[in-house]
Design a protein around this ligand. Structure first.
Ligand code: 7TS
Length: 413
């Protein structure tokens, strides 16, 4: 079994041992978890951090004069500093805690939209967006009278860059694009996308939900204006995520929600707002979530994103090759530059039936449209079976997936 790579910092057995849930069984069989694109499992280090926080540090933040509240605030702000480091943001002022990637995109669509979108303006997205990067912009367009423009993709599931260039115009106010597609695995040429938009002074938001678990992201090197991701996909807790935003934009944008923490002073006549990043964090934040997320991000950095990518590419290549040997199987999403997501269909079978049989074998995959209905329409399919690999998956998982899919296909045909 060739499930390890040679990088010295990378030991798959040790990494797997960090994830207690992966040692369990499902339906009486050892669990083969291949749905990390939906939500990842959590390492012991994150579980311990949450436990420690609630046992020893729990209090509300930024408010109490007492020592415990100071400790909770320090733990929370350490989570922010770790998120800043993870993205290589210039300042923690630019790191806003949100509920998740969806919440981060909604914040920008709502606040940026209110300030900068007017009738006849245009917003550019792409044909491979998750609903979370479609619907918030549809709402913003509905309120403002702006128009949504969509970059088409080719049959491999890659953006057609020539079409993107044609869509950019003096009417474009913002470009909002997925970094890595959750349904196809395509890694988009985000630096080129950003540079082309910046040539016209148009800001760019990247949906980093699927990129952050796999790739090194450097918001300064990308020069990206907004970057959103979810904690639960990067081995952290649910209910927390990060929106990075360039200070110049965040300063220019109105608050998204009102309430505690986002204010400086309140009177019935006039309220003034807190400084960044608190201006965008109304109400008691997800304190333990920020603590756990910080530890999860440090966990990724300790393994090293290059090691993670190399390991996952190894699994992706092997799984792709072996699955394609199965009669009637086709892969949806064959971009040259891909992350560890494989969407597939088998002629004469329904994705849901395949997924159900795999589940009986203890193999967790996702079936359906993956919250990308317009993308499924583009390929004229109702959905796919999707296997997604994370750092803790092994070549044994690949072998079990392939054997399971063969068995399911034989049963269904
Ligand atoms: N953007 C992308 C590219 C995603 O894959 C997802 C979630 C989101 C945004 C939304 O993230 P959330 O944490 O705010 O919900 N994707 C998936 C998936 O592929 N299967 O389940 C959730």
């Amino acid at each position: 079994m060739s499930n390890t790579i040679t990088a010295p910092a990378f030991d798959i057995a040790r990494i797997r041992a960090d994830f207690p849930l992966l040692e369990g069984e499902m339906r009486g069989k050892p669990l083969v978890f291949l749905d990390s694109a939906a939500s990842s499992q959590k390492p012991q280090q994150v579980l311990d951090a949450l436990d420690y926080y609630y046992r020893h540090q729990n209090a509300n933040v930024h408010r109490g004069v007492y020592e415990l509240s100071q400790q909770a605030t320090d733990a929370f702000e350490l989570g922010r500093e770790r998120a800043r480091h993870f993205l290589n943001a210039g300042s923690t002022e630019e790191v806003i805690f949100v509920k998740g990637c969806t919440d981060g995109i909604n914040l920008v669509a709502s606040s940026f939209g209110r300030k900068f979108l007017r009738e006849g303006d245009e917003v550019i997205i792409s044909a491979m967006e998750h609903h979370s990067n479609i619907v918030p912009w549809q709402l913003a367009c509905e309120y403002s009278g702006a128009i949504l423009k969509v970059i088409p993709i080719n049959d491999r599931g890659e953006l057609i860059m020539e079409e993107y260039k044609k869509l950019l115009s003096e009417r474009t106010q913002i470009v909002s694009i997925v970094h890595v597609s959750n349904a196809l695995g395509t890694i988009n040429p985000v630096k080129e996308i950003i540079d082309l938009a910046h040539d016209r002074d148009i800001p760019v938001l990247l949906d980093g939900a699927q990129a952050t678990p796999h790739l090194k992201v450097d918001v300064q090197a990308l020069d990206v204006d907004f970057y959103a991701f979810s904690g639960h996909k990067v081995f952290g807790p649910t209910g927390i995520g990060v929106l990075y935003g360039k200070k110049k934009w965040l300063d220019a944008m109105p608050p998204y929600q009102g309430g505690g923490e986002m204010i400086a002073t309140v009177s019935f006549e006039k309220t003034t707002y807190n400084e960044l990043p608190f201006k965008f964090e109304a109400g008691t934040p997800d304190i333990s979530g920020a603590v756990g997320l910080g530890v999860a991000l440090e966990y990724i950095e300790q393994i090293g994103q290059d090691n993670i990518s190399a390991h996952e590419n190894h699994l992706l290549e092997a799984a792709t090759k072996q699955l394609l040997e199965i009669d009637g199987l086709s892969i949806i999403g064959t971009a040259e530059n891909k992350a560890s997501v494989i969407s597939f269909l088998i002629e004469g079978t329904h994705p849901y039936d395949l997924g159900t049989i795999l589940d009986k074998l203890g193999i967790a995959v996702r079936t359906g449209h993956h919250c990308t209905q317009p993308l499924m329409d583009r390929f004229e399919i109702p959905g796919t079976v999707r296997a997604s690999f994370a750092v803790y998956n092994t070549m044994e998982d690949v072998d079990k997936l392939v054997a399971g899919v063969k068995r399911a296909a034989n049963m269904l045909r």
